[in-house]
Design a protein around this ligand. Structure first.
Ligand code: HEC
Length: 99
């Protein structure tokens, strides 16, 4: 009898923990672009709302404090009930815009 080598696909796991900026961009363009400028090619968002590039560059910014904010956003921003996975992806995308 020949045992087939089977894969448990461990390669898919690290992306879960790290957040996938590519997925984050899709989420941002769908859910966040009405208010935030989420990408360099976006013409305009809402004036009172910081762009993702500005958020990424603000002093003291960390992956953790972005995640904490998105789990429980301030009153000025709607709570979008993001999953942990979506938050990780969005945070990866936002922090990629740090210049
Ligand atoms: C209805 C408009 C609106 C939408 C949609 C929106 N935001 Fe915001 N967001 C705001 C406003 C307004 C602020 C500024 C809040 C403040 O200064 O208290 C803000 C602030 C933020 C901040 C900065 C928090 C900080 O500590 O500086 C982050 C990060 C953020 N938004 C992420 C997102 C993400 C990710 C999405 C999409 C999932 C999103 N926002 C969708 C209005 C919005």
């Amino acid at each position: 009898m020949v045992l087939a080598a089977f894969s448990t696909a461990p390669a898919a796991l690290p992306a879960l923990a790290a957040g996938d900026a590519f997925e984050g961009e899709k989420l941002a363009r769908t859910w966040c672009a009405a208010c935030h400028v989420v990408a360099d090619d976006q013409q305009r968002g809402s004036e009172a709302v910081p762009s993702f590039a500005a958020i990424a560059a603000s002093p003291g910014r960390t992956e953790e404090n972005l995640q904490v904010f998105l789990v429980d956003p301030h009153p000025k921003m709607p709570d979008m009930n993001l999953s942990r996975r979506e938050i990780a992806d969005l945070v990866a995308y936002i922090l990629n815009q740090k210049k």
